[in-house]
Design a protein around this ligand. Structure first.
Ligand code: SF4
Ligand code: SF4
Length: 81
């Protein structure tokens, strides 16, 4: 197996593990768009705009570490299966 194929196989495997843990979801009724979750995310998966009152996440790159969940002051984030 070439190095590139091995890398793809590893990424596919890791993605399956991440997806099995579930996805981070936001109850937008409680979100105050403070941006703390965006700041603590080491892979830059979350984008927050206080001005536009928008919050989004890229599930493909989220590592499901739950640092954002622990940091959120309004406890609006959850890891759901
Ligand atoms: S930390 Fe919580 S309240 Fe602040 S932007 Fe993120 S989800 Fe919203
Ligand atoms: S769970 Fe971790 S990787 Fe995913 S969005 Fe939250 S802080 Fe970022």
């Amino acid at each position: 197996m070439s190095n590139l194929k091995r890398k793809f196989a590893q990424i596919k495997f890791l993605r399956k593990i991440f997806e099995a843990k579930g996805n981070i979801t936001n109850d937008h009724n409680k979100c105050i768009y403070c941006g703390l979750c965006e700041k603590v995310c080491s892979v830059n998966a979350i984008t927050v705009s206080k001005h536009q009152k928008s919050w989004s996440i890229e599930h493909n790159i989220c590592a499901r570490c739950t640092h954002c969940v622990a940091t959120c002051p309004t406890k609006t984030l959850t890891l759901q299966k």
